[in-house]
Design a protein around this ligand. Structure first.
Ligand code: PEP
Ligand code: MG
Length: 322
C-alpha cells in the first residue's frame, strides 16, 4: 500500500479514459504544506484561516497575517492557494459576545465579516499584499445571498485598488470564490456562478442545512446522510450550472474523499477535488478505475432514485463491479 501510495503521489490523476482530475488539499495550518508533495497534492484547495485566531478571540494583526499567507504562497508557488476568509461562529470558534441559542443558525461566517469590517478589511489587505506570485484565491464562507457575494467582491476591489495606488510591488488581484454550503446558495447558483471566478461545494454544511441535522450531534448522526437524494440532486445542479456558466467548480466537503461518491461526482461533471491530504493517493487510484461515460450513466441512474439506501446500493454495486 505504501509503495502504491508513493507511485500515485507522483502521478496526476486521470480517469480510465484519460480525463484529468485535479486533487488539492484541505489544510488548517501552514506547516502542512511541507507534506503535500509526498501525497501528490496539486495545491491547497481550502485553507481554513479561523485557526489563526488568537486565544483571546482577537483576530491576528494584518502584518502577521500577511507574513503567514505570503510564506504559504511562496512555499506553494506555482501551485494554487485558496484562502477561505475567517469562518468563525457556528460549530467553529464562537466569536459572538452573547450566548446564541443555536450558533449554527446564528452569527457566523460571512455574516460576521460584513458586520465587523475591521476583521474583513484586515484579512483582505493581508491576502492581497501576500499575493506576490499570483497564486492566491479568496473563498467566502457561508454564502446565502447575492448581496453577501457582492459585498465581499466590492471590498476586494476597493482594497486592491488602494494597495496598488500605494505603489506596492506588482500584485495580481486574487480570484474570488463562494462556498456553496447552504440550500439558499444552491437555489441561487445560476446568479452566483455568473459573478465569481469559482465555487467550492462544502458538503459538510450543505448536508447539515439541507437535512436540518446538526453535523456534530451524535444523536442524529444516522440522519446525516450525504447520499440523500436531496444532496445528490443539489450536487448535480451546482456542478452542471457552474459549468454552463463557465465557472470553475470544486468540492471541499468530506464527501470528496468518499470512494463511493467519486464516480457520481465525476459523472455530474466535477473535475476538481480538495480533500484531506492523507486521502489523496486513494482518491487518485479510485478515479483511474472508471471512464467518464460509465460515471455519467451512473449519475443519471442515481438522479432517478428517491431513497438514500437505493442510491448507496447503486454506488456500491458500481464500485464493486470495477
Ligand atoms: C464544509 O462545510 O463542507 C466545509 C468544507 O467547510 P467546513 O467543514 O470548514 O465547515
Ligand atoms: Mg462549512
Amino acid at each position: 500500500r505504501e509503495a502504491d501510495d508513493s507511485i500515485m503521489a507522483h502521478r496526476h490523476a486521470f480517469t480510465r479514459c484519460g480525463v484529468r482530475i485535479s486533487v488539492c488539499s484541505n489544510i488548517d495550518f501552514k506547516e502542512e504544506i511541507e507534506h503535500l508533495d509526498a501525497t501528490g497534492s496539486e495545491g491547497v484547495g481550502l485553507f481554513r484561516t479561523e485557526n489563526l485566531f488568537l486565544d483571546d478571540l482577537k483576530p491576528p494583526k494584518e502584518a502577521a497575517q500577511q507574513e503567514y499567507y505570503r510564506a504559504m504562497a511562496e512555499m506553494l508557488t506555482p501551485k494554487p492557494l485558496v484562502i477561505r476568509l475567517f469562518d468563525i461562529g457556528g460549530d467553529k470558534l464562537i466569536y459572538s459576545p452573547v450566548k446564541e441559542p443555536n450558533p449554527n443558525l446564528g452569527w457566523r461566517g460571512v455574516r460576521i465579516l460584513i458586520d465587523v469590517p475591521e476583521i474583513l478589511d484586515t484579512q483582505l489587505q493581508a491576502v492581497i499584499k501576500a499575493n506576490i506570485h499570483g497564486n492566491i484565491d479568496v473563498l467566502i464562507p457561508m454564502i446565502s445571498s447575492i448581496e453577501e457575494v457582492m459585498h465581499i467582491k466590492q471590498a476586494i476591489e476597493k482594497h486592491y485598488d488602494h494597495i496598488k495606488s500605494l505603489g506596492h510591488e506588482p500584485l495580481e488581484k486574487p480570484g474570488i470564490g463562494a462556498m456553496i454550503e447552504m440550500p439558499a446558495a444552491v437555489e441561487l447558483i445560476d446568479e452566483i456562478t455568473r459573478i465569481v471566478d469559482f465555487v467550492s461545494i462544502g458538503t459538510n454544511d450543505l448536508t447539515q442545512y439541507t437535512l436540518a441535522v446538526d453535523r456534530n450531534n451524535l444523536i442524529v448522526q444516522d440522519l446525516f446522510e450525504k447520499f440523500h437524494p436531496a444532496i445528490i440532486r443539489q450536487l448535480h445542479r451546482v456542478i452542471t450550472t457552474a459549468q454552463r456558466n463557465r465557472c470553475r467548480v470544486s468540492i471541499c466537503g468530506d464527501m470528496g474523499s468518499d470512494p463511493l461518491a467519486a464516480p457520481y461526482l465525476i459523472g455530474c461533471g466535477l473535475r476538481e477535488f480538495s480533500i484531506v491530504s492523507s486521502d489523496i493517493p486513494a482518491l487518485k487510484a479510485t478515479v483511474g478505475k472508471y471512464t467518464v461515460e460509465e460515471c455519467e450513466a451512473l449519475a443519471a441512474e442515481c438522479l432517478k432514485l428517491s431513497g438514500s439506501s437505493a442510491i448507496k446500493a447503486r454506488l456500491e454495486a458500481f464500485v464493486k463491479a470495477h
